[in-house]
Design a protein around this ligand. Structure first.
Ligand code: DQA
Length: 139
């Protein structure tokens, strides 16, 4: 089973960025631990701050893989282009957020992409990614 994790803008700074909101663990450490915990799953990771590169990655894996776990960062709230990319591909996409976006500023309450996703997980810190992985890998 091939699962792609995609992180959008500013998520390369996890661990350093607003640790009160996003925690102090970097994503690389979290990702290595996740891979070790689920050796039977082929987990892939991609991060970009560039909207078009996120779209290219969705296209690249969106017809062959078994699922995409997408944290589109702030593009979640703005990007019709990412929403269209999710609608265009075949594989299920789960929208994830580290923080509980609904407990934050009102501009974070709306997602442009959620309607095209299989489901949304938010507010569990980095564990949000593992919960999405469990949802995708359940038979
Ligand atoms: C985020 C929430 C977004 O509103 C924000 O722009 C991010 C991170 C999260 O994981 O909590 O960059 O997607």
């Amino acid at each position: 089973m091939n699962i792609q994790i995609i992180n959008g803008p500013n998520l390369n700074l996890l661990g350093k960025r607003e640790p009160g909101i996003y925690g102090s663990e970097g994503f690389d450490t979290y990702f290595s631990n996740l891979k070790a915990k689920y050796p039977e799953i082929n987990l892939h990771y991609f991060q970009s701050n560039v909207e078009g590169e996120l779209i290219n990655k969705i296209h690249e894996v969106g017809f062959d893989f078994d699922g995409i776990i997408l944290n589109a960062g702030a593009y979640t709230h703005t990007s019709i282009a990412i929403a269209d990319a999710i609608a265009a591909v075949k594989v299920p996409v789960i929208e994830v957020h580290i923080s509980n976006v609904h407990a934050r500023e009102s501009f974070r309450h709306h997602s442009m992409i959620a309607r095209n996703c299989k489901g949304v997980i938010a507010g569990f810190g980095l564990k949000s990614y593992e919960l999405a992985l469990n949802a995708l890998s359940e038979k």
